[in-house]
Design a protein around this ligand. Structure first.
Ligand SMILES: NC(=O)c1ccc[n+]([C@@H]2O[C@H](COP(=O)([O-])OP(=O)(O)OC[C@H]3O[C@@H](n4cnc5c(N)ncnc54)[C@H](O)[C@@H]3O)[C@@H](O)[C@H]2O)c1
Length: 340
């Protein structure tokens, strides 16, 4: 049994609590939020997409802290789950590592690439495990794609396009309404696809991005071409929350292999299909969302005393670095090299 403490009881804190509630190998022993209504359970955050933050857990017997540092000092807590606004990830993850706790930290790993590097250095010295919650590396359908890419089952990838777009969560939202806090959609939303591109194809040599601001001081809608050299695949991704209210949320990919084309569309039934030999066939996927698979994976790593390898802290930092290059490219209108 692993004892977990969750800091930040917003959309993601509640989504992770839903996952823990369904498992036998983990006990939520402490929670923390600066908002007294969220801490008491009087107010519960809702999800942005279907399936997030269902509220299916009982918090009557957990210890409650109005300060995340107090939760980190709780001797019973073995795993600290950080679901805080992005600029706070660094402070609380560093404190948790220094206190000898395992850490799950929501994406993006940190608000800036420099902060992310500080975490990588701290993790190197720590005797505990830390994993960034890059949930697309665990998402049903997306894990299938990654396997198809690395095994070459349908030949090499000629082209891949990823798309993740939504309406904006609202100007008054303390995190998503403030570009300084969230980093705009380019860091908050689009990083999922940047990270997935990195996972499938490695570090791009350069990025060439267009984008614009709409709701925050940062890029709220971006289109990026990732440069993998003249012999590499043609890879693009679009991400943003600049769609009109009522649009909702969608995530999609179209990946063109030598011998087949794979299509994922969250709104389609089935979501994943494969075109080859003149047919379009559905592809079966495991149930659930990436969150439950990602948490199951980390708990298993802790139980087996084996550091996570599906996503590492260095991967999380590299994704923030690529996104910063994309933002620079938007600002300059030119391709920007990415440090490998
Ligand atoms: N993996 C995903 O798909 C996904 C989806 C949404 C958000 N996120 C990420 O998760 C993080 C949290 O996002 P969210 O949507 O849950 O935000 P949120 O605003 O819904 O929740 C943040 C919570 O943290 C609390 N808080 C703020 N400062 C605190 C402090 N010092 N100590 C304790 N509590 C504090 C707030 O009161 C709030 O309840 C962000 O980094 C975001 O990018 C990831």
């Amino acid at each position: 049994m692993i004892n977990v403490g969750v800091i930040g009881l917003g959309t993601m804190g509640n989504t992770h609590l839903d996952v823990y509630a369904k498992r036998q190998d983990v006990k939520v022993c402490a929670i923390s939020d600066v908002d007294p209504k969220r801490l008491s359970g009087e107010a519960r955050a809702k999800g942005n997409i279907e399936g997030q933050a269902q509220g299916g857990f009982d918090l009557s017997s957990v210890r409650r802290y109005d300060d995340g540092i107090k939760l980190i000092r709780d001797r019973d807590v073995q795993l600290v789950d950080i679901c805080l606004p992005t600029p706070l990830h660094l402070k609380y993850a560093l404190a948790a590592l220094r206190a000898g706790k395992h850490v799950l930290v929501e994406k993006p790993l940190a608000r800036t690439a420099r902060d992310a590097e500080r975490l990588v250095r701290a993790a190197d010295k720590a005797g505990t495990m830390i994993m960034p919650a890059m949930c697309m590396r665990f998402w049903p359908g997306w894990t299938w794609l990654r396997e198809a890419v690395v095994t070459g089952r349908y030949g090499r990838v000629l082209a891949a396009h990823f798309r993740r777009v939504s309406s904006h969560p609202g100007a008054n939202h303390p995190l998503y309404g403030d570009g300084k806090q969230c980093g705009g959609a380019i860091l908050d939303l689009h990083i999922h696809d940047t990270d997935f591109v990195q996972w499938c194809f490695g570090m791009p040599r350069a990025v060439f991005s267009s984008g614009y601001r709409r709701h925050t001081s940062e890029v709220d809608h971006v289109m990026t071409r990732y440069d993998f050299g003249p012999d590499g695949p043609m890879v693009t991704a679009e991400g943003g929350w600049a769609m009109a209210p009522g649009f909702g949320f969608t995530m999609q990919f179209t990946v063109n292999f030598d011998q087949a084309t794979a299509i994922f569309d969250l709104a389609a039934k089935p979501a994943l299909s494969l075109c080859r030999d003149g047919q379009r066939e559905p592809v079966a996927m495991p149930d659930g969302m990436g969150y439950e698979h990602e948490i199951a994976y980390l708990l298993d790593c802790i139980a087996r005393k084996t550091p996570p390898s599906t996503v590492t802290i260095a991967d999380g930092a590299r994704s923030v670095r690529i996104v910063e290059a994309e933002a620079k490219s938007v600002a300059s209108g030119r391709p920007v090299k990415v440090k490998s």
